[in-house]
Write a protein that binds this ligand. Sequence first.
Ligand SMILES: Cc1cc2nc3c(=O)[nH]c(=O)nc-3n(C[C@H](O)[C@H](O)[C@H](O)COP(=O)(O)O)c2cc1C
Ligand SMILES: C=C(O[C@@H]1CC(C(=O)O)=C[C@@H](OP(=O)(O)O)[C@H]1O)C(=O)O
Length: 391
Amino acid sequence: MLRCLTAGESHGPSLTAVLDGIPAGLSLQAEYIDKQLARRQGGYGRGGRMNIEQDHASITSGVRGGLTTGGPVTLVLANKDWENWSRVMAPGPEADLASRTVTRPRPGHADLTGAIKYGHQDMRNVLERSSARETAARVAAGTVARRLLDELGIVLVGQVVQIGSVKAPGTALDASHQDAGKLAEAVAQSPVYCADPDAAGAMVREIDRARAEGDSLGGIFEIKVLGLPPGLGSYTQRDRTLDGRLAGALMSIQAIKGVEVGAGFSAAATRGSELHDEIFYDPGRGFYRQTNNSGGIEGGMSNGGILLLRAAMKPIPTLYKPLRSVDIKTKQPFEASVERSDTCAVPAACVVGEAVAAWELAVAVLEKFGGDTMREIKERVSLYRDYAKGF
Ligand SMILES: Cc1cc2nc3c(=O)[nH]c(=O)nc-3n(C[C@H](O)[C@H](O)[C@H](O)COP(=O)(O)O)c2cc1C
Ligand SMILES: C=C(O[C@@H]1CC(C(=O)O)=C[C@@H](OP(=O)(O)O)[C@H]1O)C(=O)O
């Protein structure tokens, strides 16, 4: 069983992820994780905090000589900003609790409801943990899962397809493995992680406009996963459905408000005769489909096609342009003032989306195939792939 917990505050000393159930014999280097951490920090539209941080995962348990041991893997990411906050954030009586207090809740953030729920008069106690700084730890954890999937020939590619009202031209639902490599290359070259250069240019201009006006933007990212065997997840209990679990994982990312699988919401307006992917058979290939409106999931299980997920992010809640709110201490209305914030974090959220999707897929792989070593898992996956092809 694969489990993960993260801990840490946005301006505390560090973030930690503990990963339990990672099989033994997985090759894992900190540099591999750091590449994804750097991607998450990037993307046009980020604020001043990203100039301070340079995320690095220290592996403090579960890996020896570059291979996982089977023990819990612990990843620790230091917050560079901590040195500016150590007085305010100290865990002991030396903490200066009177400075940098937050009594003005931001509409759209966790501040007010978190304060009511946990009984805080200083909403710093809420924002420190509700902050999407936590996603650095989840990307580190998800990247270990990505490494595991990689060994099984399962590849994830994410791209931004919309920022504000600027949309990239439609992306093909079906693509080959080769396309995934090309797509990843094009995405890597884009300041907003959008494979279409013209759309990317328009997105950058849209972010500049929003920033100049003190506003913020959301958008949509898309994740493709190639190489999944059929039968991950299950229809037998509804909490085991792969689409349910992936949607939950994506929705758990800060500011994500909608998730689609395959044709998604557009399926509602499509006739059944046009939507459902017809089934064909070829002795060399086994069963296959020529279309992929299902997004690679039918009946809560991967069907062997390309998995296609999309997630919509709302605009960042912290705005330079003030929104009306009420001070929780004075009960007086105020108009927000902001020190720093991202204008748009859709590219970063895309990297987080890839990581949480990778984690859920690794959970489903280990659930189906079991195994304590990578060797066992690889053998079982390979046998099962042959079986499914010859079915
Ligand atoms: C990568 C990333 C960066 C974010 N950066 C900011 C930010 O700079 N300022 C902000 O107010 N919200 C930011 N958010 C969004 C908030 O964390 C999120 O809106 C908040 O936690 C409330 O959660 P909810 O939107 O899911 O209800 C960011 C989200 C992500 C995924
Ligand atoms: C620190 C990160 O994102 C932060 C997410 C965030 C929020 O409210 O979610 C608010 C900002 O933090 P700060 O107030 O310190 O500038 C972002 O920078 C990160 O992504 O690593």
